[in-house]
Design a protein around this ligand. Sequence first.
Ligand code: SF4
Ligand code: SF4
Length: 121
Amino acid sequence: MTDFICHRCGRCCGFVPFTAKEYRAIKREAKELHISFVKATLNDQLVFYPKSLLRKMESINPQMPDDKLKATVESLVCPFLERNAVGICSCKIYDKRPEVCRLFGQSDHPYLTCPYTKAKK
Ligand code: SF4
Ligand code: SF4
């Protein structure tokens, strides 16, 4: 665990994997908040993303060149991300956010290291 300060830029809130158990809680919360989202499976992992990006997701395929795939995935924005007028981001389902969101920036795992803020050791 590291002492980490998040600047709430929202760049990590894109392509979010979650578990089936988390999905049930998130689905209930999203319904209460009137937020629509789509659940899908990508690389054997459950993920969610906004309905408006469905076509973009459908365009992803394993034959896609790496740079195009990376750009497409990076352009996905989590349906629960909220950005205020000055660009500070927050999570609409903060209390129900998936474990991966809780760990991001808090772990030394290479997939969970924030690329925008250096963690203080
Ligand atoms: S964890 Fe990093 S990428 Fe995510 S909002 Fe915070 S500073 Fe931005
Ligand atoms: S669920 Fe919340 S914390 Fe997780 S990616 Fe979406 S907006 Fe970010």
